[in-house]
Design a protein around this ligand. Structure first.
Ligand code: 13P
Ligand code: SF4
Length: 305
């Protein structure tokens, strides 16, 4: 392990590489990263990188694609290019074109958990931390299409008190967490507050005290007076939360919140990726240019007061 860390540290300098990791990555991958964040934080970071030739993206494909779209002059590498997101694959660009044809004139909001082709067909992107603000920015239009996560879409509907036209995608990992599990865990830990991700089902969200993106969970942990939380999102975030707030006890809300794709990245694969400069993630220029419009619009709306 020590040799592996030393090799990665040497190679990242030789390659002028920055390592970005999502909060769902394993603890050792988070610990070696230059920046750990949620999908929004990683998009912002990717847009701001100034002094690196290479970005090693420890996450899933759509995140590395977003980094590549925002950094056309840099090599964006994934340690394991097989790390996909099943939710992102639940809608194709052809399906979205058909969906749009059925709702002429309606703007399309796509969750960042989508392919570059789907982003290229959308008006604006969102992440779980800014979805409400992005949808709200579209004003009082009769119809808004929201793809691919129906549960994040339902969360936005409830927050804004308006209907959206939802695509029926979902995250298979978050789907496993039901309200009965939360109620059982609350009986075992009666003092604990419950935080869940908006990718969970509405009935699961109803059983929680806080519905937060992963970045918002970390922010809450740093300021909350509560001392015990049940955490209803992918288990990788337990490491991030415990580092951010060591005085708080964070307990996984279930044993099944493990995204197999997020766990495909390992330190050994990071080393090989830096050595071989494989696998490079690229997006065809025409798709990247269109997708960038939707991503830039999200960054601009999200940054506005
Ligand atoms: P956030 O990073 O926006 O909380 O999203 C979680 C997720 O599922 C990423 O795949
Ligand atoms: Fe996709 Fe869910 Fe894994 Fe996130 S946790 S990458 S939404 S499958």
């Amino acid at each position: 392990m020590e040799n592996l860390l030393a090799d990665i540290n040497r190679l990242r300098q030789e390659r002028r590489a920055v390592i970005l990791a999502h909060t769902y990555q394993s603890p050792e991958v988070q610990d070696i990263a230059d920046f750990v964040g949620d999908s929004y934080g990683l998009s912002v970071k990717a847009a701001q990188i100034a002094d690196a030739d290479v970005i090693v993206f420890c996450g899933v494909q759509f995140m590395a694609e977003t980094a590549a779209i925002l950094n056309p002059g840099r090599q964006v590498l994934m340690p394991d290019p097989e790390a996909g997101c099943p939710m992102a694959d639940m809608i194709t660009a052809d399906q979205l074109r058909q969906f749009k044809a059925e709702h002429p004139g309606a703007p399309t909001v796509c969750y960042v958990n989508s392919t570059a082709e789907v982003k290229a067909e959308s008006d604006v992107c969102c992440t779980s931390s800014n979805a409400v603000k992005i949808v709200q920015s579209l004003g009082d239009v009769p119809e808004i299409l929201f793809v691919p996560d129906q549960y994040l879409g339902r969360f936005v509907e409830r927050q804004l008190g308006r209907r959206l036209v939802l695509w029926e995608g979902f995250c298979p990992t978050h789907y496993t967490l039901g309200p009965e599990t939360i109620r059982k865990m609350k009986r075992l830990h009666p003092d604990a507050k419950v935080m869940v991700h908006p990718e969970t089902r509405p009935e699961t969200q109803d059983a929680a005290d806080f519905i937060l993106s992963t970045g918002q969970m970390v922010d809450l942990a740093k300021t909350t007076p509560y001392r015990q939380f049940l955490v209803g999102t992918e288990e990788g975030i337990l490491h991030t939360l415990r580092k951010a707030a060591p005085h708080i006890e964070f307990i996984p809300a279930s044993d099944f919140l493990r995204c197999p794709n997020m766990k495909k990245t390992t330190l050994a694969k990071i080393k090989t990726c830096l050595e071989t400069r494989q696998t490079r993630i690229t997006v065809p220029a025409e798709i990247a240019a269109k997708a960038k419009i939707a991503i830039d619009k999200m960054l601009q709306i999200s940054a506005a007061k």
